[in-house]
Design a protein around this ligand. Structure first.
Ligand code: ADP
Ligand code: MG
Ligand code: MG
Length: 886
């Protein structure tokens, strides 16, 4: 098969493999697509991801076939541009760019101006008639190539450049003359020779293959691996390589380079958004070396910026760009993130892709584009990443709270509010976050090496960089609050202190960021709940219209129930009753019950718990107003409720009026070697039926009372945990039925109710056909089902699961995303067998997986009736359920 595809010039873009991102990578596929619709794309070629995979597997060797295909493709560029690679009189220069299936920070940086050496630089100077430009390009090339391909420390080059500027008394790079650059090049060449013990490669083909190898190798770099792990990207995709004729944004005042979005990626507003730099190349914009200028006059005026916008100083190129924007949106039917260069007034497109956006912007664009007739409702639903909604569901700064603002000149790079301790490096941020400490990562600027620290931090503050800087792009993707380019932040790493505005601070001090305004405040500023109307409400309505499964919530307090209902929960899928046992007024009775010597003692203690349990259920039923509520009877091993430490034992002995020794002996008797598989779940109900009796009584009394108040009739769903056999359920169901009958007789009314079970043991899944004879509903407890099927304890898995995921043993953490291949089979089987016995059986999932979009898709396929998720995950589940149904 073909390994190299050409684009631009008169290339043929008809092979579908070329537009397939899995083959040519995102960048390569889109370059071909843009060239195909007639946009100005510098000619080039793409080496497929398949070649990368082969290269990495076969030990870093290039085949003769590949070399031949590359040579032919290079000839295509030469012909299209009318210059030859390595030509001493008028050389073709190229860029070498990585490009995986999805955009991936952490991959190799682009090498620009490749093809320059001590001869061709002279040719470039004479052919362009611009010495300064030629030597500027050459020094850029040496620096980039040395850093990226040769692996030399880029600090050495930066230092040399700083010295050169200082010697001349310059402030900016733009003050450097051709001669100055020539001297810098001489200095750079010396550095390379000294550092690697041999001269900078002069052979342009050696340069090219060196860069291609570096791109392939970067797929397996540590940075790339970290990024892949955090984002669930498989390690076997590989990256493509794009080699493309250079166009030059550094040819004087009529040249420029920039990045832009067809709509505002932060708010979603339908207005062009972007930044550019005159007389600059490539990464200058993103690197934050110079402050970029705005694209449009409106944006410049809104920001109150002085330097003119592109619209004002390059009206023609800007007009062309605007035309391209419209073409791209009509073609891709989505907001595009593009990179462009203007060479002496002519616009060139260097990249386009669907733009990353905040959740707020994603919603607004989806809703707007339906209004504009660009996409339909279903497409709009599919456009919004359910997990991204998380950003909108969390609190923002209370506008009325007092604020001590330290800085407000930073950019609102990624929305949301975050407070935490200042931390100045990423390793430390990660460490503190592991201990549950909220941190704000403060850096001059971030690089791919900071990914783990950014992930660990609540928010990110940088002193340099625009809205498209590394920090901004990555933070938006991760949903972290970010303020970038706050140039009044100065950091002194030596003594771990910093100044923000005029205030001196040190690492560990608390600050608050508002990523929606760019403000930085001292201390922790209070927050308020999010606004869920508007675009959010509209999209959710569409989602509700298109989904089949119901969405319930896992909640056990009235406050959680209210939050979940506000987020659209249609019932409770899991109300854990053990949480109710821990409250201050109850734990004493719970302990008295557990430590009692006999049934009579237990019953007496349970009698004291009954009113509190009944009150809990009453409030929950009132809050849920007739929506279905699944209540799980006591599940955890009893010893979890025991006193901890000497003080608690002494206190309890005192309160109960029994000896401490006696208590300790009883507690010792409850010790279990493996409580997860021990005396818990329905086994408690079998051995201590009085506990479940009390709980059932509390449920039915509350249900009768609430119904009697004239509300919607309550239909409680009583759920028995950890069932393995039909007989267990038969015994406990009878117990629940008896209590219900008693309560109904006492209250003089009957209510509908269900008794069902969790399916959370492999045996229960296998025996689901038989168990369904006793159960009117199944709820898949996929946390325990995953533990018991994999034989992995969730609480101990942290130590080995990350390496397992890294090595691809599990594609994702099976406690986060359901192991569809394994555990999923048990679920499907139980569904099938349960339905065979009882066709109308109600089926749901209540594990953590009920809020995970991939697992929700599985539930849809399997035909479950509902998923149940924690309150903040309810909107995510609603959207994911709709996406799964489409
Ligand atoms: P990244 O994936 O990090 O964005 P790119 O391969 O897109 O890396 O390259 C980064 C920047 O380098 C581009 O935005 C563009 O400004 C510049 N660049 C890449 N190729 C060329 C080229 N052929 N001519 C001019 N500039 C280029
Ligand atoms: Mg790019
Ligand atoms: Mg369980």
């Amino acid at each position: 098969t073909q390994s190299v595809y050409t684009f631009g010039g008169n290339a043929d873009h008809s092979d579908p493999r070329q537009k397939d991102k899995t083959i040519t990578g995102g960048k390569g596929a889109n370059l071909a697509e843009m060239a195909g619709i007639g946009l100005p794309v510098p000619p080039g070629f793409t080496i497929t991801t398949e070649e990368c995979v082969r290269y990495l597997a076969e030990g870093a060797d290039f085949s003769a076939d590949l070399r031949a295909e590359v040579a032919a493709a290079l000839a295509h560029i030469e012909k299209a541009v009318g210059k030859s690679f390595g030509d001493a009189a008028d050389p073709l220069l190229v860029s070498v760019r990585s490009g995986a299936r999805v955009s991936m920070p952490g991959m190799m940086d682009t090498v620009l101006n490749l093809g320059l050496n001590s001869e061709t630089v002279e040719g470039l100077a004479s052919a362009s008639g611009d010495d300064r430009f030629a030597w500027d390009s050459y020094r850029r090339f040496i620096q980039m190539y040395s850093d990226v391909v040769l692996g030399l420390d880029h600090g050495l080059f930066e230092e040399a450049l700083e010295i050169a500027k200082e010697d001349n008394g310059y402030f900016a790079d733009t003050e450097m003359t051709a001669d100055d650059w020539r001297k810098v090049v001489a200095e750079y060449t010396k550095i390379v020779e000294r550092e690697q013990g041999k001269p900078f490669p002069q052979d342009v083909n050696e340069q090219l293959w060196g860069a291609i190898a570096a791109v392939f190798d970067s797929w397996d770099s540590d940075r790339a691996k970290v990024y892949r792990r955090l984002n669930g990207i498989p390690g076997d995709w590989g990256t493509a390589v794009n080699v493309q004729a250079m166009v030059f944004g550094n040819m004087g005042e009529t040249s420029a380079t920039g990045v832009a979005f067809t709509r505002d990626p932060s708010t979603g507003e339908n207005a062009y958004y972007g930044e550019f730099l005159v007389n600059a190349q490539g990464e200058d914009v993103v690197a934050g070396i110079r402050t970029p200028q705005y694209l449009t006059k409106a944006a410049r005026e809104k920001a109150g910026a002085q330097s003119p916008s592109m619209e004002e100083i390059m009206p023609e190129a800007y007009g062309e760009l605007a035309r391209v924007f419209d073409l791209l949106e009509t073609h891709y039917k989505d907001m595009q993130d593009i990179e462009f260069t203007v060479q002496q007034g002519k616009l060139w497109m260097l990249q386009t892709r669907s733009g990353k956006r905040t959740a707020k912007a994603a919603l607004r664009m989806a809703v707007d584009m339906v209004d504009e007739g660009l996409i339909d409702e279903k497409t709009a639903i599919l456009r919004v990443d359910p997990m991204a909604l998380d950003q909108l569901l969390h609190p923002t700064l209370d506008p009325d709270a007092p604020r001590n603002v330290l800085s407000k000149i930073g950019l609102p790079a990624s929305p949301g509010a975050a407070s935490g301790q200042i931390v100045l490096d990423s390793d430390k941020a990660e460490k503190l976050a592991e201990h549950g400490i909220a941190v704000i990562l403060v850096r001059v600027e971030t690089s791919p090496e900071d990914i783990h620290g950014m992930h660990a931090a609540r928010g990110i503050l940088t002193a340099r960089g625009g809205m498209t800087s590394h920090a901004a792009v990555v933070a938006r993707g991760m949903g972290r609050a970010c303020v970038s380019g706050a140039s009044d932040v100065s950091i002194r790493l030596a003594d771990r202190t910093l100044r923000i505005g005029t205030t001196e601070l040190k690492e560990g001090d608390i600050i608050t960021l508002d990523g929606s305004t760019g403000e930085v405040m001292l201390g922790e500023v209070p927050t308020i709940e999010p606004e869920l109307a508007g675009d959010f409400g509209i999209l959710m309505e569409w989602a509700d219209k298109h989904r089949r499964m119901k969405v319930r919530t896992n909640a056990e307090t009235p406050a959680d129930c209210r939050t979940a209902r506000g987020f659209g929960a249609e019932g409770i899928g899991l109300c854990r009753t053990e949480h109710m046992f821990f409250d201050a007024d109850r734990i004493l009775h719970v302990r008295a019950m557990i430590l009692a010597d006999d049934e009579a003692g237990r019953r007496a203690a349970l009698q004291n718990l009954l009113p509190a349990q009944r009150a809990d259920f009453t409030e929950i039923f009132q809050t849920m107003a007739g929506l279905p509520c699944t209540i799980r009877l006591l599940d955890p091993p009893l010893h979890e409720f025991l006193p901890q430490g000497d003080a608690e034992f002494a206190d309890l002995a005192d309160k109960l009026g029994v000896g401490e020794d006696h208590l300790r002996r009883r507690a010792g008797e409850l010790h279990e070697f493996n409580p997860m598989l021990g005396h818990r779940g329905c086994r408690l109900g079998i051995t201590f039926p009085e506990i479940y009796e009390m709980q059932a009584r509390a449920i039915f009394e509350a249900a009768c009372d609430v119904t009697a108040e004239g509300g919607d009739p309550v239909v409680p769903e009583v759920m028995i945990p950890l069932v393995a056999t039909k007989r267990e359920l038969e015994i406990l169901r009878k117990l629940v039925d008896e209590v219900a009958a008693q309560v109904f007789a006492e209250k003089g009314r009957t209510l509908d109710y269900l008794v069902g079970t969790m399916i959370e043991l492999p045996r229960a899944a296998l025996m689901a056909g038989e168990i369904a004879e006793e159960a009117t509903f199944f709820s898949f407890g996929t946390n325990d089902l995953t533990q018991t099927t994999l034989g992995v304890s969730r609480d101990d898995a942290a130590r080995f699961l990350a390496p397992y995921v890294e090595k691809g043993i599990y594609a994702r953490d099976p406690f986060v995303s359901l192991d569809v291949d394994g555990v999923g089979q048990l679920v499907s089987l139980a569904v099938e067998r349960g339905r065979a016995t009882r066709p109308e059986i109600k089926l749901g999932i209540c594990g953590e997986h009920g809020g995970d979009p991939a697992s929700i898709a599985f539930c849809e396929e399997t035909g479950l009736d509902y998923v149940s998720a924690s309150p903040y995950r309810v909107p995510i589940a609603r959207l994911a359920a709709a996406q799964a149904a489409l």
